[in-house]
Design a binder for this molecule. Structure first.
Ligand SMILES: Nc1ncnc2c1ncn2[C@@H]1O[C@H](COP(=O)(O)OP(=O)(O)OP(=O)(O)O)[C@@H](O)[C@H]1O
Ligand SMILES: [Mg+2]
Length: 218
């Protein structure tokens, strides 16, 4: 590991956050290193999703400071982070547009992403391929297809930090395997924070933290 690799990419200091009188984090400090894969566990309602939203700059702590890759402005933090949540948000756009989200992606790169997420098995069977419009069809997508589009979108964004919020929890066993493979492509060489109930998905992770009782701890 060189010095650069050992640098803290996320630093939270004395962070407190609550929804009205429900305290989620009570004066908590933490730091994650560049390239680290961190698992987050904790009971339902303990605040795991809230924690990811704080890291992503979608929620603001009531006190304390958060620095993500040397930025503290939420708008700048959002650019450095890709998030894949439990249920993919599919927009009334084509498959290509759903993945690129306005970013210019070269054809070769898009082909790579489609292959890595195994979307090609499906898109090759569509007359208009990845230019198929997902307007009325959005509901017809399987959970696995929708989730792989979300992962493809995150790969296309090419952010250094990947936040995963139970990305496989709504899928059946066979689909999980395909989605996990796509996730491996997404998370390789990135800093990863992965919330899950399924601890077998955290094999090989550097650290596993627990959230509960207003604390985040090893
Ligand atoms: N927008 C909100 N307003 C008020 N309370 C909220 C809000 N979002 C979440 N909560 C509450 O905060 C607590 C933590 O919610 P959060 O979604 O972060 O939990 P979680 O650990 O992700 O749970 P799960 O494992 O079920 O996904 C819960 O008690 C929840 O009801
Ligand atoms: Mg949650």
């Amino acid at each position: 590991m060189n010095k650069e690799d050992n640098k803290d990419i996320i630093i939270g200091q004395n962070i407190t956050f609550s929804y009205k009188d429900r305290i989620i984090l009570d004066n908590q400090s933490f730091s994650f290193k560049k390239g680290e894969h961190i698992g987050i566990i904790g009971e339902s309602g303990s605040g795991k999703s809230t924690f990811l939203k704080l890291l992503a700059g979608l929620l603001t702590p009531s006190s304390g400071t958060l620095e993500v890759d040397s930025e503290s402005d939420p708008a700048k933090i959002m650019k450095k982070i890709s998030m894949v949540m439990q249920d993919a948000m599919i927009m009334p756009l084509t498959i290509r547009e759903n993945i690129a989200l306005g970013k210019e992606i070269k054809k070769e790169r898009m082909d790579e992403i489609i292959k890595a997420t195994r979307l090609d098995l499906w898109t090759d069977s569509l007359p208009e391929g990845i230019d198929t419009y997902l307007g009325e069809r959005a509901d017809e997508l399987s959970g696995g297809q929708a989730q792989r589009i979300a992962i493809a979108r995150a790969i296309a964004k090419d952010a250094d930090i990947i936040l995963l919020d139970e990305p496989t929890s709504s899928l059946d066993k066979d689909t999980i395997k395909d989605v996990m493979e796509a996730l491996e492509t997404l998370t390789d060489e990135k800093s990863v924070i992965h919330v899950t109930h399924q601890t077998d998905l955290l094999k090989g992770y550097h650290r596993i933290l627990k959230i509960g009782g207003g604390r985040i701890y090893e």
